[in-house]
Ligand binder design. Structure first.
Ligand code: PEP
Length: 251
């Protein structure tokens, strides 16, 4: 069976300033973790964080990338620019971008390709909203997101990650229960096997995101198809984020 090293990612969204962000991860400097740990600050802070964290193992990533490689696209930042700045991964298709900035499966597909082309690891975020959950169409929504985004993409399972983030769980304090999350992750892996093949599905890391905190992280990570966590609010609290990473390491 493939070894999938755990990955914990902090999504700092539109939060700052730089002092708060440095405080959130200062304790990681000089420490070793078996778990892969990443932070996604606003673009403008990426370089600062890389400098601040140069004696740590933390990967710095972006919260988005442009679907364009270069040109007259005011306000955009390309995958290559993130890579050149020292970025190791990028979030793609976060539900806040889908809801508020018109991100679609089609644009996610282009962005995943852009990231792969420059060797930046895409973290494809998928998830159903409350209405879809209540209507019992969660699995259909997830399948469509996976199929339309990854169906035509050529890569191996180690080159990207999927983050399952039920929209109703993001920032609400209501995380999916560990059993429900495991069931959905198993479904996602199974569908990835049908779309991308068994080897891809075996190797790809599937992260859970949505109201993760230091108290629920262990129970989520105990499950065999939950390979890591995408953490929003709790990642801004230095002690909480450290605890979550320690739990991932002990898992
Ligand atoms: C997120 O925005 O990716 C997220 C998981 O947020 P929170 O942990 O605050 O629910």
């Amino acid at each position: 069976m493939a070894e999938r090293n755990p990955l914990v990612i902090a999504n700092w969204k539109l939060n700052g300033g730089i002092d708060l962000l440095c405080t959130s991860v200062a304790a990681f400097i000089g420490k070793h973790f078996e778990t892969d740990i990443a932070i996604c600050p606003p673009y403008i802070y990426m370089r600062d964080m890389l400098n601040f964290l140069q004696h740590s193992e933390i990967i710095v990533g972006s919260q988005n990338i442009s679907k364009y490689a270069s040109g007259a696209y005011t306000g955009e930042t390309s995958a290559k620019m993130v890579k050149q700045a020292g970025g190791g991964l990028c979030l793609i298709g976060h539900s806040e971008r889908r809801q508020m900035f018109g991100e679609s499966n089609a644009s996610c597909q282009i962005k995943v390709n852009q990231a792969l082309e420059v060797n930046l690891m895409p973290i494809l975020c998928i998830g159903e909203n409350l209405q879809q959950r209540d209507a019992g169409v969660t699995k259909d929504v997830l399948f469509k997101q996976l199929e339309e985004t990854l169906g035509e993409i050529e890569c191996s399972g180690e080159q990207l990650c999927v983050a399952y983030e039920p929209v109703w769980a993001i920032g609400t304090g209501k995380a999916a229960s560990p059993d429900d999350a495991q069931n959905i992750h198993a479904y996602i892996r199974c569908q990835l096997a049908s779309i991308k093949g068994e080897d891809f599905a075996e190797k790809v890391r599937i992260l859970y995101g949505g109201s993760v905190n230091k108290d629920n992280a262990a129970d989520l990570l105990k499950n065999k198809d939950i390979d890591g966590l995408l953490v929003g609010g709790a990642s801004l609290d230095a002690e909480h984020f450290m605890q979550i990473c320690k739990v991932a390491d002990a898992n």
